[in-house]
Design a protein around this ligand. Structure first.
Ligand SMILES: [Zn+2]
Length: 629
């Protein structure tokens, strides 16, 4: 097959040459080969979901590390962390799992034998669960098609992978020595040396040991051992090996930056999002009714005046957004039934006035002004079944009424069992429908009340919320999409993810009802912070970006596709992305001569390419000065 393809390529080459339309990119003499903006992530058996949909934090292994009397070894989390990073940066990727799939050349090539990917991230663990594989396909992709390769940690047991990386792997032993920059390079620009580790991480880490072959560059060292190496192939393939402990390497901010830049260096270019100083402030519970029934959670709903004076005014002053988990359904105790929230005004059993009508007027004002983002806190924040034994309706305040298990909706915390999938999905969809009708905007975030959830695979609340069309789960659970669900999200408050912050003083309207002055203090706590909408974050996570070199136009074209539902925030707001071009691409093509966004010349910094408002497709065209050779 390979010989036939090569013969075909030569024939095409000659025909193009004869007709004078020969393109420099496909020339053997031309060093520039630019592959598409997409990454292939190749893993072994790390994805616990056989249906390839939910990415969870892996379970503990049940093994002893030797440091503790308990079996405390965590499951391998390299895959989990890697997928969070790629999603958070908005870098497009596909996953190939070698416990279910056979490596095939056409995983990496289209049917015209053109690369489908700019880079491969190799994260294949050593296990007997893998199917038989022809690893020489990866070498072929690097050497003959110029696809980049980034291999991680000890996931390089395959001799073919070591050979293409230009290293020989001997094993790993514990070391917490610092990681230091050994050679200055495009990949190490601006990195700290030694590398900085995230606060709170203490671990006994494994250091990898490799012999580095001639022609391979040592970039980062840990003690005397290389932990990051790179190599370039004449046909254009760029390869990087990133060592260190597969469970901890992404605990270093500098290693995360290095991974992202490795993607730029292996593809030649990159378009990504980072989140420095971004915060998502959240308040739970408005619209819920537990404050009327639950003794330890008893308070009056916020009035229109309190909302205007203590929430809306400071938000407008600081150009900030408050993201609110609303409850659109109300359990009417007297009528024993569910009703829509917001048209009730009554004196509750504790003698407190509950004026949901006034409250709604206040929330409406904030939504219209753009300082509140409407999110879903389920339908009622209460058990679906309030009738079966031991029953909730009509019970006294100091008996069943005071049991907090009744005030959870997606896990039966009163009867200690799960809520069936269909009942959960109906509640999620009805919540969305009612909130859309109540506020005129569709919620994209779903947060289960009191974090009461069901966790078995078919009743999994996060998975069901993705089915119900939400784009993010909970405060911090993670990404929900039609492509996958990622729970146990990480890296909050770093370049890789906004920090989720609770509204002061207690994350709920409960606290505001007692100490409304506390709310505005958050702005003193984060003076540099940008308090953004959850829907903006969801919009970036769900953008579908692609890109590639267009021969006829001699330019690099990147396309951003904003889905009208998940990326609804961009309908009325501009967005911005970081464009990064590799050093070798500038050497080969010349400096950027112009950037055109949606047909208009863009003059700003390439680290912040502004995309005009509007969902649908946007295009960035990047032209280069001709090379003077
Ligand atoms: Zn709640």
């Amino acid at each position: 097959m390979a010989n036939i393809l090569k013969a075909n390529q030569v024939a095409i080459f000659l025909v193009l040459l004869l007709f004078g339309s020969f393109n420099r990119l496909y020339s053997k003499q031309d060093p520039v080969k630019l592959n598409p903006f997409r990454v292939a992530v190749i893993i072994g058996s790390q994805w616990e979901d056989p249906a390839s949909f939910v990415v969870n934090m892996p379970k503990p292994t049940g093994e002893y590390s030797g440091y503790d009397a308990k079996p405390e070894v965590m499951g391998d989390c390299d895959f989990h962390h890697l997928i969070i990073l790629l999603k958070s940066w908005g870098i497009p990727f596909d996953i190939v799992r070698l416990d279910q799939q056979l490596l095939d050349r056409y995983m990496f090539l289209d049917m015209n034998n053109k690369p489908r990917y700019g880079s491969i991230i190799w994260d294949v663990n050593q296990t007997d669960k893998l199917l038989p594989q022809d690893y020489s396909i990866v070498s072929e992709m690097v050497r003959e098609y110029g696809i980049g390769l980034i291999a991680l940690s000890d996931r390089i047991s395959q001799p073919e992978i070591q050979s293409i990386l230009g290293i020989v792997y001997s094993g790993n032993w514990e070391s917490n020595a610092t990681l230091n920059v050994k050679t200055n390079h495009f990949l190490t620009e601006g990195l700290n040396s030694p590398f900085l580790i995230d606060s709170g991480i203490t671990a006994h880490m494994q250091r990898q040991q490799v012999d580095v072959m001639d022609g391979t560059v040592k970039l980062i060292n840990q003690g005397s051992h290389a932990q990051v190496t790179l190599k370039e192939y004449p046909e254009g393939g760029h390869v990087v090996w990133i060592g260190n402990d597969h469970n901890y390497l992404f605990s270093f901010q500098d290693m995360r930056t290095l991974l992202r830049r490795s993607i730029t260096w292996t593809i030649g270019y990159n378009l990504y999002k980072t989140w420095e100083n971004d915060l998502i402030m959240i308040m739970d519970d408005p619209g819920g009714v537990s404050n009327s029934w639950l003794e330890h959670w008893h308070y009056p709903v916020l009035s229109e005046e309190i909302i205007e004076k203590y929430l809306i005014a400071p938000l407008l002053k600081h150009n900030a957004v408050l993201n609110i988990n609303f409850v659109p359904g109300f359990v009417n105790n007297e009528k024993h039934r569910l009703e829509p929230t917001w048209n009730q005004s009554y004196i509750d059993g504790f003698g407190t006035k509950q004026d949901y009508i006034s409250s709604k007027r206040g929330y409406d004002k904030g939504v219209k002004l753009g300082v509140f983002t409407v999110m879903s806190h389920g339908l009622t924040h209460m058990q679906p079944d309030l009738v079966s034994d031991p029953g909730w309706y009509g019970t006294s305040f100091d008996r069943e009424r005071s049991e907090v298990g009744w005030y959870r909706e997606f896990g039966d915390t009163r009867r200690k069992k799960e809520i069936p999938a269909a009942e959960q999905v109906w509640r999620m969809k009805t919540s969305k429908e009612w909130l859309t009708s109540q506020f005129g905007v569709a919620p994209l975030e779903f947060c289960a009340g009191g974090l009461g959830t069901s966790i078995s695979y078919f009743n999994n609340t996060s998975k069901l919320a993705a089915d119900a069309g939400y784009g993010w789960c909970g405060w911090e659970t993670g990404y929900l999409g039609k492509d996958m669900v990622i729970t146990g999200w990480k890296f909050f408050g770093t370049s890789e993810s906004p920090l989720m912050v609770p509204v002061l003083p207690d994350a709920h309207d409960f606290g505001i009802s007692r100490e409304p002055n506390e709310f505005a203090k958050i702005f003193d706590r984060y003076p540099k912070g940008r308090f953004m909408s959850m829907n903006e974050f969801i919009g970036y996570l769900h953008s579908r970006n692609t890109g590639g070199w267009i021969t006829e136009k001699h330019g690099l074209y990147l396309t951003l596709e904003y889905d009208p539902k998940y990326c609804q925030y961009f309908e009325g707001h501009s967005s911005d992305w970081n464009l990064e071009i590799s050093d070798w691409l500038i050497t080969n093509l010349g400096e950027i001569s112009s950037i055109i966004v949606d047909g208009k010349s863009f003059k700003g910094s390439i680290s912040k390419i502004e995309i005009p408002q509007g969902t649908g497709i946007h295009q960035i065209e990047i032209n280069f000065h001709p090379i003077s050779k």
